[in-house]
Design a protein around this ligand. Structure first.
Ligand SMILES: NC(=O)c1ccc[n+]([C@@H]2O[C@H](COP(=O)([O-])OP(=O)(O)OC[C@H]3O[C@@H](n4cnc5c(N)ncnc54)[C@H](O)[C@@H]3O)[C@@H](O)[C@H]2O)c1
Length: 255
């Protein structure tokens, strides 16, 4: 049987990279859509030839996201799963947030997901196949984390876009869900941790000791913990799961 095809945006590092690896294990061919093409190309080379391909795409650019879907279909023949994973962080209090910073945050985290939903849904409807759309929200999409006011606003928006897409596209058999990671060790989180340590003048070990109690399991997530849930959402086992925002945080946010 022809391989199923997935796109993962921001798939060369962190959670996205783990999702790419897991989907390859699950039997998918994967297209990585990245603003950092050099990293994506380097990462793609680690997989068997023809399995993973890298494409330049900044998700804040609507035309680039539509071109990513078009090129993936031209190269792999179809699209089955769209993972709108790319996102950026911003640690600012409400009074510090500038218009320029908020515009960029919304352009990547919210509009980037919207363009991915639109481009994928259009392709699934044209193919007449029941595709799956999977978006990156966050525990910040349920509960504002200290110093992450703007970031949380974009992640609340991802949950709302997910519900809207689930409603609008359900009649085509398309499902839309999102994953809400907690404290996950990726390049993004390493940067956040380094900033906290600098602000609080403590070491990483001291910070983990102080904050470790916030996670019931007592450890941060690894990217693979998140990829395992995305693997389920991308599989036929999740055919009746639609419009959900699944928290994967080891027990931090209880809703
Ligand atoms: N790490 C966490 O603790 C955590 C928690 C909750 C939610 N998330 C969300 O999970 C997703 C992945 O996070 P991560 O920690 O792996 O991030 P990361 O910064 O470690 O990796 C993100 C990847 O996305 C790419 N990227 C960034 N902006 C892009 C753009 N405009 N277009 C295309 N690619 C772009 C980067 O080049 C990078 O490869 C994000 O949406 C993030 O908000 C992460």
């Amino acid at each position: 049987m022809e391989k199923k095809v997935a796109i993962v945006t921001g798939g060369s590092k962190g959670i996205g990279a783990a999702i790419v690896k897991q989907l390859v294990t699950d039997g998918f061919a994967v297209a990585i859509g990245e603003r950092d093409l050099a990293s994506a190309n380097q990462y793609a080379q680690q997989f068997p030839a023809g399995t993973v391909k890298a494409y330049a795409a900044d998700v804040s650019d609507r035309a680039a996201v539509f071109a990513l879907v078009k090129q993936t279909v031209a190269d792999f023949g179809r699209l089955d799963v769209m993972v709108n994973n790319a996102g950026i962080s911003m640690e600012k209090s409400l009074l510090e947030m500038s218009e320029e910073e908020m515009d960029r945050l919304y352009a990547v985290n919210e509009k980037g997901v919207l363009w991915g939903i639109q481009a994928a849904a259009q392709q699934f409807i044209a193919q007449q196949t029941p595709g799956k759309i999977i978006n990156a929200s966050s525990i910040g999409g349920y509960k504002v984390q200290p110093g992450h006011a703007g970031y949380s606003a974009t992640k609340f928006a991802v949950r709302s876009l997910t519900q809207a897409a689930a409603r609008e596209f359900g009649r085509y058999g398309i499902t839309t869900n999102c994953y809400c990671p907690g404290f996950t060790m990726t390049p993004m989180m390493e940067q956040i941790v380094a900033n906290y340590c600098k602000q609080l003048k403590i070491t990483k070990e001291e910070l983990f000791k102080q904050r470790g109690g916030e996670v019931a399991l007592g450890r941060p997530a690894q990217p693979e913990d998140i990829a395992n849930v995305v693997s389920f959402l991308a599989s036929e086992k999740a055919n009746y799961v639609n419009g959900q925002a699944i928290v994967i945080d080891g027990g931090m946010v209880y809703k």
